[in-house]
Design a protein around this ligand. Sequence first.
Ligand code: R5P
Length: 282
Amino acid sequence: MKVICTERSQVLGARLAHVLQVPIVNVAFSRFPDGEHYLAAGDLDNETVIVGSVVDNDALVQLMLLIDACEPSSIRLVIPYMAYARQDKQFKKGEPLSARVVARALSRGVSEIFTINIHDPGVLRHFAVPAQNLSLARDIGSYIDTLALKDPLIMAPDDGALDFAEQVASVGGWESDHLDKTRLSGVEVRMAPKKVSAASRPVVIVDDIISTGGTIATAAGMLYQQGATDVYAACVHGVLANGAYARLMATGIRDVICCDTIERACSRITAAEKIAGAIRKN
Ligand code: R5P
């Protein structure tokens, strides 16, 4: 077995190869003068694990080229982050089901697929091969444990993320809750914990994705107003679009913690062990 990865997943790819104790394949990446992607994979094995987060359109094309380059090896594909997964419904007439488009495109030539905290696990049905979604909730919990916070409250920004927050909280036996939104006027919204008071204690807001950071910045501001001593943010996929990291720090958030499904300076939790465990089992 060998591991091979796209340019935007090279750190996670190398970590996975290290955990699995298998070689990582060197790949030459470049572009043609007109901007088209080119790549050439080094020596392949007859069993390959490809790691490639779809962080943008270029990463998607690169991943499709890499899958083709690895044929006729038996390929297991890890998509740590899958862009377009949030367009998993036709919200308005005439829209594509973008998640299905990407899932179909990445199913060709591979035998099995792993995703990580995909926005909606329902998307897995669009892959044409067996697909499994792994969760880093407990890994985030273990990281929070190292912060040695006194009686932290683990907070989901909405009820949809409560299950995730509960899994994170189960690691340390901490309390968890979700924020409830009340519209005070046409322009004013109040967010407060549904059941548990945030006063005089640290709060860690956890979510699958931090994109613009808008959700968490608003939540953090409200939690400070309600007496939280320190607010942290932790997520799986640090998309961090449009200056999100700085926006969150400007809100007074103590730290922003992400996983390496998207490779960022704040990616402090690796998915390598979780992926290796799933590969070994299958
Ligand atoms: C949405 O359903 C996701 O779980 C996140 O809450 C969302 O993507 C966060 O977006 P933003 O950081 O732009 O507020």
